[in-house]
Design a protein around this ligand. Sequence first.
Ligand SMILES: Nc1nc2c(c(=O)[nH]1)N[C@@H](CN(C=O)c1ccc(C(=O)N[C@@H](CCC(=O)O)C(=O)O)cc1)CN2
Length: 294
Amino acid sequence: MSAKLMVGTELAAEMVARAGERAKKLVEETGVQPCLATVLVGDDPASATYVRMKQNRSKKAGIGSRSVVLPAATTTEELVAEIEKLSADPAVHGILLQHPVPAQIDERAAFEAIAPGKDVDGVTMHGFAAMAFGEPGFVSCTPGGILRLLQAYDVPLEGAHAVVIGRSPILGKPAGMLLLASNATVTYTHSKTRDLADIVRTADIVVAAVGRANFVRGDWLKPGAVVIDAGYNEGNVGDVHFEEAAEVAGLITPVPGGVGPMTIALLLEQTVEAAEALTRAVSETVAHQLDHLS
Ligand SMILES: Nc1nc2c(c(=O)[nH]1)N[C@@H](CN(C=O)c1ccc(C(=O)N[C@@H](CCC(=O)O)C(=O)O)cc1)CN2
């Protein structure tokens, strides 16, 4: 293997520790403990594992959790009603709806029931638009985590050609938008792209987010390319054939231990940020009302 590893585990642990310090400070100063509500629909074991990981790491950072688990037969209306309750609950600062939801549910409608100020997972249209326009807001966690990793490893983005493989609304599309905002030249590709390997061979940075195990092969890569594997296929297998790619790439993320931990770290960081912002907004409203009374 000639590539250097881009390890997410340690960087993510530092981010979780920093989120924990901020959570502690908020509790000390205001008595408010940041709280992340997780919503899991159905009994997909992988989704249950990811939600458990998010709850465990929240606990480690001093972030409270609220857990909503709904049966696989839940309707869109029932799910939307649950999420609307969490959106209106002042003790909840962030809401995570675990993707995917069962097929009968309109996932977009469910995501849109998340109040924009509590969309710490960056899955709403408001969050996406804010990111696309460069306005303040919460970014989708895996793309945001990928950008943090690239920055931590000093990967030059300005003018670099980044090829994103995959176009899902919470992974491929926002990953490309964030790279574009960092002045990379972005090419989006997907399962229907012609001559995909030839396009990938022109990339300085490859983001594999296609959801197919070992899809990207070593001979698709330009020597020295930076390879980000955002895949999380069954058995902890990424979208990149690691052994082949590591012989050609300059930098490469492993699976596990690369992008995955960064996803959860950013979710916690954004939950604390939401709690700080919502608490600030409440105290400003109270001060304003007191001003009016006096
Ligand atoms: N609402 C969301 N749903 C989903 C998202 C998301 O960001 N928001 N992403 C994926 C799955 N996912 C989080 O939900 C996720 C997948 C994998 C990991 C991770 O840390 N994996 C570890 C290995 C797993 C293990 O240790 O058992 C790693 O890569 O090191 C985190 C989050 C789909 N759904």
